[in-house]
Each structure stands twice: as structure tokens, then as C-alpha cells.
Write a protein that binds this ligand. Structure first.
Ligand code: PLP
Length: 345
């Protein structure tokens, strides 16, 4: 905040270089080279965007022409469907099967065989909380190589992964840097979603094309905010360890309430969402369940069906990126869920 105060007085207040202010790119390259274990060049490998939301759009438009097919795992973060529509790409969905959200390598191969130009990989995943293992990523990498496809990653939760899981950057796998457009942002890592600062990291050839798409989509991310955010990018590694610990505590605190409420859920490996299975309540659909729960229990959830391509309606998504007080209040209310369901008859 002090950095933002200083920038408000001293500037910059005009456009930055469209693909990102040099000092922001330099700080980002230093930080991401360290975590991704890749020697990133701020002038060759980075486009700064308005959040990962724009980064994903830029990536899809860079990789795909209208009519191209894109593999999207289901359930998926809802923006990917919109991205595909906006750039005229045709999604091919591959199931991530609850409760562990694993995929069938044969189904994935069949999707590639349909001529997919790219695959969207959200890792760690919203809404499922899945953190893909290195072995799973190697299966995807092998198919991407075999079928000469791009991989568009959304790694906004790269620093929110729970032990014993850990984050593997897809671009860091052997041979994958050349075909990966790695998207992420400062939104979740530094709890600054409103600043709209994100980026695409890729090879110089890809970045050269991505810069053009980005230039015509938004011109650039806000110059004063890039300047102020350099401070965040220069935080020491202990910051990221503390962030992980903070969210691990929130997760455990909230899951403890779900356990006490006797709810079935998939334990999140990363991100800050938890999918709860409501099939035992015999409700005919998740939307009316969520409406009832918001009204009668006082806890809001997102119907799982909004994330699935398939007709899945026995899951709801809760999230725990909240203060302990709010989580405790929600938890106490969830403890009364069964009783309220019984009274409902
Ligand atoms: C998977 C995923 N990607 C992207 C975003 C949005 O990121 P940004 O704020 O960087 O645009 C979200 C926000 O919830 C998300 O869950």
C-alpha cells in the first residue's frame, strides 16, 4: 500500500510498454525463474496482461484459429467456455472424475485424436481443488508432443498447494516450454484480485504473437499498479511459505466443520475450494439445494453443475478464503444443516 501511495504521487500515470513495464517484467522474470526453474528473459518470455483472465484469452487466441478444437477438462473454471466461444474454438471435454478428479488417459488420447490444437490445464484446479501429479502431467505432455498441440495453463493457485502435494509447472517438464503458454497472475498469490495484473510466459516465438493479441485486446495493464506491484514480486520466499501455511490452516479449520457436520467432500490438494457431495440428501438438483441452503442455513455455495459439461448435479462448491470468524460462523450454520433438512420433511 505504501508503494501505491508513492506511485500515486510520483507516477507513472501514462501507458506502460504494452507488453508490460520493464521493471515489472524484470521482477516477475526473477521470481518466476526461481519458482519455475526456467531461465526467463523479461524481454523475450513475458506479456503482462489484465489478470490471468486476459492471459487465458490471449493464449487461446494466440494458439487457436476459429474452428480449432481445444481440450477442456470438466469440471472447469467457467471462463474457459466463454474464451472458446469468443475465439471461435470448439471445446472437447475430458472428464475429471469425482471424487479424486482423475482422468482416463485413453479418453484424453481420444480427445487428442480428434485433432485438438490445444489443451487447457487449470492446475491447481478451480473448482475441484485437484493438484495434478507430475505423473499425470507427463501423460498430458506425452500426448501434447505426439499430437503437436499447445498447452494453455492457468496456474493462478501455483502458491496455494497443500502438503504432501506440490505444484509442478507444466512448462518445466522436458520439452514442454516450447509448446506451453503459462498463464498466472498476482490476484491470488498476493490477495490483490482488484489490481488485474497477470501474465503469459512462453517462448519468444509464441510471445511475439501473444503481444499482438494483447495489444489489440487491452493495450496494457494499469501502469501505476505495475509499478507499485514490483514490491510484491520482490517479497522473499518466506512470504510464499507463510501463504501456504495460512491457507492450509483455513482449509483444516473449515474441513473440520464439514467432518463434524458429517458431510462428504473431496479433500482439496490446492486452491481454496471444496466440492461437497450432496447425493445422500436425495435432492433433485444442486441449484435448488443451493438456493434452499442460502435461504434456510445461511451459507452460500455454487452449484457444481455450473462447472461440468456432463449432467452432474450432486456436488456443490464452497470456498474458504475467508477470515476465521466468517469460516466459524459458516461452519456453525453447517452443523445445523441436517437438522434443517429433517424439519423440511
Ligand atoms: C482458475 C482461475 N483462473 C483465473 C481466475 C481469475 O484470475 P485473475 O484475477 O488473474 O483474472 C480465477 C478466479 O477465481 C480462477 O479461479
Amino acid at each position: 500500500m505504501q508503494a501505491l501511495e508513492r506511485v500515486s504521487r510520483e507516477g507513472p500515470h501514462q501507458y506502460a510498454v504494452t507488453w508490460g513495464a520493464p521493471n515489472f517484467r524484470a521482477a516477475l522474470a526473477r521470481k518466476q525463474s526461481r519458482f519455475m526453474q526456467l531461465p526467463l528473459d523479461p524481454d523475450e518470455n513475458i506479456v503482462v496482461t489484465c489478470g490471468s483472465t486476459e492471459a487465458m484469452m490471449v493464449s487461446m487466441m494466440t494458439a487457436c484459429n476459429p474452428g480449432d478444437k481445444v481440450i477442456v477438462f470438466s469440471p472447469f473454471y467457467e471462463n474457459y467456455a466463454a474464451d472458446a466461444i469468443l475465439c471461435g474454438a470448439v471445446p472437447i471435454h475430458v472428464e475429471l472424475r469425482p471424487p479424486d478428479f482423475s482422468f482416463d488417459p485413453d479418453e484424453l488420447r481420444r480427445a487428442f485424436e480428434q485433432g485438438a490444437k490445444a489443451l487447457v490445464l487449470c492446475n491447481p484446479s478451480n473448482p475441484s481443488g485437484k493438484a495434478f501429479t507430475r505423473e499425470e502431467l507427463l501423460v498430458i505432455a506425452g500426448l501434447a508432443e505426439e499430437f503437436d498441440a499447445f498447452v494453455l495453463t492457468d496456474e493462478v493457485y501455483e502458491h496455494i498447494v497443500y502438503e504432501p502435494n506440490h505444484h509442478t509447472y507444466f512448462a518445466s517438464l522436458p520439452g514442454m516450454f516450447e509448446r506451453t503458454l503459462s498463464c498466472s497472475s498476482l490476484s491470488k498469490t498476493y490477495s490483490m484480485t482488484g489490481w488485474r495484473l497477470g501474465y503469459v510466459i512462453a517462448s519468444p516465438t509464441i510471445i511475439n504473437e501473444a503481444r499482438k493479441v494483447h495489444d489489440f485486446l487491452t493495450v496494457g495493464a494499469a501502469a501505476p499498479l505495475q509499478e507499485a506491484a514490483v514490491t510484491a514480486l520482490e517479497l522473499p520466499d518466506s512470504y510464499y511459505a507463510e501463504l501456504r501455511t495460512l491457507y492450509a490452516e483455513k482449509r483444516d479449520f473449515f474441513l473440520n466443520y464439514l467432518d463434524r457436520a458429517g458431510l462428504r467432500y473431496s479433500k482439496p490438494e490446492g486452491a481454496y475450494y471444496v466440492m461437497v457431495d450432496i447425493s445422500e440428501f436425495g435432492w433433485k438438483d444442486d441449484i435448488s439445494f443451493c438456493e434452499w441452503m442460502a435461504r434456510e442455513v445461511g451459507v452460500a455455495a455454487v452449484p457444481g453443475s455450473s462447472f461440468f459439461h456432463e449432467p452432474v448435479n450432486h456436488l456443490i462448491r464452497l470456498h474458504f478464503a475467508k477470515t476465521s470468524e466468517t469460516l466459524a460462523a459458516a461452519g456453525e450454520r453447517l452443523l445445523k444443516l441436517r437438522e434443517k433438512l429433517t424439519h423440511r420433511g
